[in-house]
Ligand binder design. Structure first.
Ligand SMILES: NC(=O)c1ccc[n+]([C@@H]2O[C@H](COP(=O)([O-])OP(=O)(O)OC[C@H]3O[C@@H](n4cnc5c(N)ncnc54)[C@H](O)[C@@H]3O)[C@@H](O)[C@H]2O)c1
Ligand SMILES: CC(C)=CCC/C(C)=C/C=C/C(C)=C/C=C/C(C)=C/C=C/C=C(C)/C=C/C=C(C)/C=C/C=C(\C)CCC=C(C)C
Length: 630
């Protein structure tokens, strides 16, 4: 491995703008001064710190950073994809002494937790609501993952998690302090005081049980039995609630339909389904961690988490390569032994970990192999959740009233629209917490709403562009009506341009004083870059390499809690999955847990952790059987 100092750093991913579009840049003269900005020191991203990218082997080939394979030319593990799930698995393994190679299709790490910058704005690609990022307890998995590779990020405590704006003018602010939240909720539903306390009380019971455990692989019997021995009550509590859903438990104590709908909305924002379909353990995790550790935003933006993990991985002697599009998992006598890239290059390892979704892993990377029974079972139980339509904007700070909260969830008139495409609106304004993400006098608005890919297929370029524009305008209009009068008026100029011939979906929307998101338009060779103000499900499919742009798996019907959710091992020897199509599902902290579990199981299998083959066979068989009951 070359000495650290000698490694080249990739350019910071401020994506270049094609020369033909200078007008789209935000001109300094159009930026008012004096509002926002300046108060917080710039964090990992804003300080121009690039991700751990090094040596570009040859122009047009993947870029690499970090160490190398063992003497036999093999790595201990190859990780396909550098989403938070993949990076946590990789860094945990590297911290245990494994030689890991991460192969990422895109230019920077992070997947849906990535970022991009444009003219002084730093945009989070996905959610800005960060669980698991506190300095206490056992569930601060993001903090722990960074610590494992010697990284720590400065965070800004969010005084609230989300402000709900719901039908019937029901407005609920989820304060950081539990008492403030619960008293506020009780004041809206005084007749349900007892039920509210009981439901959220059970959430705490589950959360406290989770928080008392050392979290490692539930597929590793020595650890699991050890935890049962040390914390029998807590483990039994978790085992009891594992097959249950939040909506059923809420209904035991609560009768008020509007309150039950509120609990649906509480679950929907983290699971994209209602409470009856949301596993109780997952609901408890998020409904309590937001008060226990609180929601904390990393200074400089969410993208700093992935870049810090990638840097830490390289420091531990492992390697990450970008623009490395894995097209096949190589099998030898039924065992996964390596991967092949789109450029034909092959890499070999003792184990292969896929951070692509299970649909992509088994449908694309192993396309010649018949779908294993276990995966059929998964696909019978889970479908792809819809994708998102997302809008990133920079706005004049004066558009927001003073004291505006950071995160909002808007469902205007009708509870029945909760789960419908475009029915509800998610809004994050991370500059409320970290003004360094935007030029002085500006805020970032990241708006998103659920949208299915089917709605966006089969359109001509013109129809597609018009549809994106129309849908975005309508969402902005709804937000203007509900929250921010004048939002639409601040958009004084809008232009839509067509894209270079190599791109299939490129719009430039130019707003005067507002603005702009940028995305590479051809990320496999990164030749062209353009503005994308609106990301459709097709955009997410393309740039996040997620089947149909899905947000993650969601239960086909009413699940038995988490019982059917597969862990990390697969029916293919040597192949593991990590990320949101593994236990416990969607969410940055959830995929971080999946990464921790995966690394533990892989470490045991390659001899870096204790293992018992006899107990392994028993437990893995039992878990497989349990999944078939779901
Ligand atoms: N939309 C949001 O609001 C948002 C934002 C941030 C995070 N999240 C959460 O993050 C979760 C996803 O995290 P994750 O870790 O499972 O995955 P991810 O989708 O974030 O990352 C997967 C990574 O794998 C790469 N990849 C996929 N196929 C590849 C291939 N064949 N070759 C090389 N690279 C490949 C992708 O480019 C991507 O970087 C979601 O469930 C979601 O809850 C959501
Ligand atoms: C083995 C067996 C079978 C049994 C035994 C028993 C036991 C011991 C058990 C145990 C268990 C455990 C440990 C578990 C764990 C779990 C966990 C950790 C979980 C977690 C979860 C999490 C989650 C789900 C999360 C999620 C989140 C999310 C999704 C978020 C999102 C966000 C967003 C979207 C934002 C919103 C925004 C606005 C509103 C603006």
């Amino acid at each position: 491995m070359p000495p650290l100092a000698a490694r080249l750093r990739a350019p910071a991913p401020v994506l270049p703008v094609p020369a033909a579009r200078p007008a789209a840049r935000l001109r300094a003269s159009s930026v008012p001064h004096g509002v926002g900005g300046g108060g917080v020191r710039r964090g990992a991203l804003a300080s121009e710190k690039p991700p751990a990218v090094a040596i570009a082997e040859k122009a047009g080939e993947e870029e690499a950073g970090g160490g190398g394979a063992g003497d036999d030319g093999r790595y201990d593990a190859i990780v396909i994809g550098s989403g938070i799930g993949g990076l946590v698995a990789a860094t945990q393994l590297a911290a245990k002494g494994a030689r890991v190679l991460v192969l990422e299709k895109y230019l920077i790490p992070g997947g849906s937790s990535g970022y991009y910058r444009r003219d002084g704005f730093t945009f989070d690609v996905g959610s800005s609501v960060m669980f698991g990022f506190s300095d206490k307890g056992n569930l601060n998995l993001i903090t722990q993952a960074l610590e494992a590779v010697g990284r720590k990020m400065e965070v800004l405590p969010d005084p609230s998690t989300v402000h709900f704006h719901l039908p019937g003018d029901l407005s609920v602010l989820v304060h950081r302090k539990y008492e403030d939240f619960i008293n506020g909720l009780i004041s809206k539903f005084p007749h349900e005081k007892e039920g509210i306390l009981k439901f959220y009380g059970i959430c705490w019971q589950i959360f406290n049980s989770l928080n008392s455990l050392e979290l490692k692989s539930l597929e590793e019997p020595l650890y699991l039995f050890g935890q049962f021995f040390q914390k029998p009550l807590e483990c039994l509590t978790l085992a009891y609630y594992l097959p249950q859903n939040a909506g059923d438990i809420a209904r035991k104590f609560i009768k008020d339909q509007e309150l039950l709908s509120f609990i649906d909305a509480e679950c929907f924002i983290v699971s994209t389904v209602n409470a009856l379909q949301t596993p109780m353990i997952n609901a408890s995790m998020v409904l309590c961690d937001r008060h226990f550790g609180g929601i904390n935003y990393p200074v400089g933006g969410v993208g700093g988490i992935a870049t810090s993990l990638a840097d830490g991985l390289v420091d531990k002697g492992s390697e990450i390569r970008y623009k490395a599009n894995v097209t096949n998992v190589i099998l030898e006598n039924g065992k996964a032994v390596g991967v092949r890239l789109s450029n034909g290059k092959e890499f070999f390892a003792k184990t292969v970990i896929s951070n692509a979704t299970r649909w992509d892993t088994f449908g694309k990377l192993l396309k010649d192999k018949e779908l294993p029974e276990e995966e059929k079972n998964f696909q019978n139980n889970y479908v792809k959740a819809p994708s998102f339509l997302s809008i990133h904007m920079g706005v004049k700070a004066s558009v927001l009233p003073p004291g505006t909260d950071c995160h909002h969830f808007v469902l205007e008139d009708n509870w029945n629209n909760l789960e419908k495409p475009y029915g509800s609106i998610f809004l994050s304004i991370p500059t409320v917490l970290d003004p360094s993400l935007a030029p002085d006098g500006h805020h970032i608005l990241h708006i998103f709403t659920t949208a299915g890919i089917e709605d966006w297929e089969g359109l001509s370029r013109k129809e597609y562009e018009e549809k994106k524009e129309a849908v975005a305008n309508e969402i902005i209009r709804r937000l203007e009506k509900k929250l921010f009068p004048g939002l639409q008026d601040s958009i004084v100029l809008k232009e839509v341009s067509s894209c270079p011939p190599c791109c299939d979906s490129i719009d430039i929307l130019k707003f005067n004083g507002i603005v702009l998101t940028a995305t590479t338009s051809n990320f496999s060779n990164a030749k062209h870059v353009s503005f994308h103000q609106v990301g459709s499900p097709k955009t997410h499919r393309r740039f996040l390499a997620r089947n149909d742009g899905t947000y993650g798996p969601m239960p086909r019907g009413k699940p038995k809690g988490l019982l059917a959710m597969p862990f990390n091992t697969t029916s293919i020897d040597g192949l593991y999955c990590v990320g949101d199509s593994c236990f416990p599902g969607q969410g940055v902290i959830a995929v971080a847990f999946s990464g921790i579990m995966c690394a533990h199981r892989v470490a045991a299998d390659i001899g870096l952790e204790q293992k018992s083959p006899v107990l392994d066979a028993g437990l893995l068989g039992l878990l497989r059987w349990l999944r078939t009951l779901a």
